[in-house]
Design a protein. Sequence first.
Length: 199
Amino acid sequence: MSDHYYSSKPTVAHRRKTWEVVLRGQSYRFISDAGVFAKEGVDFGSRTLIEAMEIASDAKVLDVGCGYGPIGLTAARLATQGHVTMIDVNSRAVELARENAAANRISNVTILESDLYAALEEGRYDIVLTNPPIRAGKSTVHAIFEGAHERLKPGGALWIVIQKKQGAPSAKEKLESLFASVEEVAKDKGYRIFKAIKQ
């Protein structure tokens, strides 16, 4: 099987890359590698989600499919009194996310290798963030939505970025079947940001 960014153990040769980026007015230095999502820099979808997401300073946040960490680490800097749990099935991505947390001196995070939600202990979150792995298939994406709904506190929100041409309408339909309120809060270059609130 060829390597995908949602493979658990990528075998593709390492090609590490470091760059600096400003997100929400703060500077970050990220290391990425072959075999993980958006290895060349922060992708447009993640950037759009980062700019739109609302994170309270004391929020308990879950980042599903964290990759090398841009969304979750930005959330951790916004949740100054809170905590962010970051999960990804890809072992290489998880190692990079840990490295990037340390490099950016971000300590209010827990970063776990997890097939969907398998590694999580019981717990409820104020916010779940995801740039879901569309190429992993609709059943995986829907499982992310369902698991987010289960783990959110009442009144909590799932923030998701999805491209219109990669299934935004059907994703919205699925979200509406689970959540009390689904709002499109931003759109840019074919990307949609949805905020789904649990009753």
